[in-house]
Design a protein around this ligand. Structure first.
Ligand SMILES: Cc1ncc(COP(=O)(O)O)c(C=O)c1O
Length: 451
């Protein structure tokens, strides 16, 4: 917690500009928002004051249950915290004044701080300004957006692509739009939260929902065979974000064909990493850009910038553009981002040396981890989860690595099933041999201490 100082603004850690936006007449309550109560210089965000209107009703009735729930979360060691980075997303970052090797980002190719891509972003901002000014369908669709969509369609092999401001929004658009009343959705149990939320939205619109055990194709086939739904939609991550394993895409496509279903694939962690030229998971398996596939890819992970796209047949993408609510009712991403992404796409396409370095790191980690007491999940991708089991033990191990200059996040329930808390090691082409050596040495040392 920050030390006391004479000025309430200094004490709260906020600037005078922030203070100016405080509603006139509101006062700071004595307690603070509990986002970071730890030491002086540990890089967590500072405690913010809670504001209250002295003339308004006492909000305790509203906040007391929230405080109780927050206390329960803290007691279960499940409080989520943000660390503040004081340097760009690179192999090593500055947090709380210290350098940490970053095994916590999704910047698999090391493009997030690529100078050429950052230059394209800056040039794009000079040419097109800071913002888009409106949603795509009103007046916010610019030439760089159009160019990026054409490039993404060509890159993935689909007839057309539609860009979104985030992957979350892209997923929220796809399943509910294609699942009309009477449709049935078949979803892998370990799908990403954004796909689950999309499914809930479709359910609220009248679709039926079935979830099959993780990658269990026999169970999926039984569910499909038992369904009399007018339209069927199979939904799956391609690379599972907390496990790193691959969905059996060839079998998924075969079942989609057999039961005449749409196949929605979330390639957030495959795009840029897998397949020839980083064209993604479908290319990795040598699968065609079939008309029944709706391929979502995110652009804030391997592509290093931000945003997402959905690629598909001309009809499917036109339908999504006309009907996808989270496409229609939101401001378009700044056109400068599209400029940066077009440049990033070139780096991805020519990024074979980056992918080779990444896959060499993956092989080295998996070799070395055979001697560790904690199992690595069977993943051939940049996401390498080391299963610890107990929440507190996972957090302690993450903290011990942090003390040794290594940033490896502990992932706990509800993000992963109870009893499977893990260290999610995220590898990048940006890491050096020395970074990998430090990580492996620290894991061995902690394993010995653990014995
Ligand atoms: C599998 C998966 N899908 C979708 C998303 C959402 O993408 P975005 O971060 O662009 O909103 C993520 C991001 O964490 C993800 O891991």
């Amino acid at each position: 917690m920050k030390g006391k100082s004479s000025s309430p603004v200094e004490a709260s850690g906020r600037s005078y500009e922030d203070q100016a936006s405080q509603p006139v007449g509101w006062v700071e309550r004595s307690e603070t928002h509990q986002c970071g109560q730890s030491g002086e210089n540990d890089g967590f965000c500072c405690a913010l004051p809670i504001l209250q209107n002295p003339d308004g009703p006492n909000p305790t009735n509203l906040t007391a249950p929230l405080q109780a729930e927050l206390a329960d979360i803290a007691a279960a060691d499940l409080t989520r915290r943000r660390r503040i980075l004081a340097s760009p997303c690179r192999r090593a970052v500055i947090v709380g004044g210290q350098e940490k090797i970053n095994f916590a980002s999704n910047d698999y190719l090391g493009l997030a701080a690529n100078a050429d891509i950052a230059g394209a972003l800056a040039d794009g901002a000079r040419r097109w300004g800071a913002g888009s000014g409106a949603s795509h369908l009103v007046s916010g669709h610019f030439a760089p957006h159009e160019q990026l969509e054409n490039e993404l369609a060509a890159f993935t092999g689909f007839a057309r692509a539609l860009t979104f401001a985030t992957g979350y929004l892209a997923n929220l658009a796809v399943t509910p739009t294609f699942a009309q009343r009477g449709a049935a959705i078949f979803a892998d149990k370990l799908n990403h939260a954004s796909l689950i939320d999309a499914m809930q939205l479709a359910k609220a619109g009248g679709a039926a929902v079935r979830r099959y055990p993780h990658t269990d194709m026999a169970a999926l086939e039984r569910q499909l065979a038992a369904s009399a739904a007018a339209a069927k939609i199979i939904v799956s991550d391609s690379v599972f974000s907390m496990d790193g394993d691959l969905a059996p895409l060839p079998q998924l496509l075969r079942l989609a064909e057999q039961f005449d279903a749409w196949l929605v694939i979330d390639d957030a962690h495959g795009f840029g990493v897998l397949g020839p030229q980083g064209r993604g998971s479908l290319a990795h398996f040598g699968l065609p850009a079939a008309e029944r596939i709706l391929l979502m890819g995110t652009l804030g992970k391997a592509a290093g910038v931000g945003g997402a796209f959905v690629a598909g047949s001309a009809t499917a993408i036109e339908y999504l553009r006309q009907k996808g609510r989270s496409y229609i009712f939101t401001t378009a991403a700044p056109p400068a981002l599209a400029c940066a992404l077009s440049r990033s796409l070139r780096h991805i396409e020519e990024g074979e040396p980056l992918r080779q370095r990444l896959f060499a790191h993956i092989a080295r980690l998996r070799d070395a981890a055979a001697d560790l007491p904690w199992p690595l999940l069977p993943s051939a991708t940049a996401i390498q989860p080391l299963i610890i089991g107990d929440n507190t033990a996972a957090v302690a191990l993450s903290a011990a690595l942090w003390e040794r200059g290594l940033w490896v996040p502990a992932i706990r329930p509800p993000t992963v099933p109870a009893g499977t808390a893990r260290l999610r090691l995220s590898l990048s082409a940006a890491h050096t041999e020395e970074d990998m050596g430090r990580l492996l040495a620290a894991l061995r040392e902690l394993a010995n201490l653990n014995e």
